[in-house]
Design a binder for this molecule. Structure first.
Ligand SMILES: [Zn+2]
Ligand SMILES: [Zn+2]
Length: 358
């Protein structure tokens, strides 16, 4: 991706000389997610274009220099099926890393596919091979987890594991998820497995709502066929007039926030995860919707390695019943990558996958 708003180009790079502890991954799949669309639209600050996008990626170990182990200490061999945590550097010393315990806010944080220039090497998954620098957190894919289900979950699943932490769902809670994209669908799946008594997804279009049901939603509300007032009425009707215990915003719209504070019950919680880029201001009445309501509003930024590793366990345990692979609706080669970005920008499919060997 040479610059924002420019077509993505195919470039060739020399195979890197691996330092001790470094490795090369032969890419099986990467993905196009909302972040890549934001990168393409130039909506994330400080991005060192040109970049190789693709932050969540899976494949096989192609080559390693020196003995290499996964995060559990198990030795890795060439040909092993791997995934790696896309955040490859945090400093471990700053206020965020140590005192506040919010490593996703470390100012030195580096993320594959986003914060590394292509001039520094193969730091993105829209590439036949990806450089795994020493210290990258690597895990073997469990035998039961296919490349397709891992990448179908992809970054949205990691985000959802974090959302569930932030949501602190109590068994029996009603959870409303705003947004039927990759994050919203995985959040519906995990909220149900976290003990929610009822999961309601608000989104569109119809095929994503149908997939949301298959992922775990008990009820869906089509945002294109309803007004905000009608959606509030529906949620109140489904909760005995009380409102949702937990609302999760996975839509990225300032209007969603204005609506979400109304959908939550008194003393409920609202997790904001969809505003990954600045979509503009929301207007709410602090008295009515936060103070008097005693509402707990929590942000959710990025993921930590624990979310990555727990996502693998969840794919292993629930991959048979939750159709994560179906989120990855279509696979594109590098020659079609601009079509993939276009499809992601138009939201015409839930997620485009990238197979750089196609
Ligand atoms: Zn730090
Ligand atoms: Zn992503």
């Amino acid at each position: 991706m040479p610059a924002p708003h420019k077509p993505v180009e195919i470039r060739e790079f020399a195979e890197p000389d691996l330092p001790t502890g470094g490795a090369l991954l032969r890419t099986a799949f990467s993905e196009v997610c909302g972040t890549d669309v934001h990168l393409w639209h130039g909506r994330l600050s400080g991005v060192p274009y040109p970049i190789i996008p693709g932050h969540v990626t899976t494949g096989t170990l192609d080559k390693a220099r020196g003995p290499l182990a996964d995060v559990t200490g198990a030795p890795l061999r060439e040909g092993d099926r791997l995934a790696f945590f896309d955040v490859h550097r945090t400093c471990g010393r700053c206020l965020a890393c140590t005192v506040h315990r919010t490593p996703t806010r470390c100012p030195s944080r580096r993320v594959y596919g986003i914060t590394d220039s292509a001039t520094e090497g193969l730091f993105g998954g829209w590439s036949q091979k990806v450089y795994l620098e020493p210290g990258v957190i690597v895990a073997k894919l469990p035998d039961a987890v296919t490349f397709e289900s891992y990448i179908g979950g992809g970054c949205g699943l990691l985000t959802s594991v974090h959302i569930i932490d932030r949501a602190r769902i109590t068994m029996g809670d009603t959870v409303v998820v705003q947004g039927a994209g990759a994050v919203g669908m995985s959040t519906a799946a995990l909220a149900r497995r976290a003990g929610a008594g009822q999961v309601i997804v608000i989104g569109a279009p119809a095929d994503r709502l149908a997939l949301s049901r298959d992922m775990g939603a008990d009820a869906v509300i089509d945002i294109e066929k309803t007004t905000p007032e009608e959606r509030l009425e529906s949620v109140l009707a489904l909760t005995g007039g009380i409102g949702a215990d937990v609302v999760v915003e996975a839509a990225g719209s300032p209007r969603a926030f204005e609506e979400g504070v109304r959908l939550a019950r008194n003393g409920g919680a609202y997790v904001i995860a969809g505003h990954y880029t600045n979509a503009g201001d929301s207007t709410i009445n602090a008295h009515e919707h936060i103070n008097r309501k005693h509402l707990d509003i929590r942000g959710c930024w990025g993921s930590e390695s624990a979310h990555f590793l727990r996502a693998l366990r969840l794919l292993e345990r629930y991959g048979g019943e939750v159709p994560w692979a179906r989120i990855g609706a279509r696979t594109y080669g590098l020659r079609d990558i601009n079509d993939a970005l276009g499809a992601a920008a138009e939201l015409s499919i839930p997620k485009a996958l990238v197979d750089p060997w196609r």
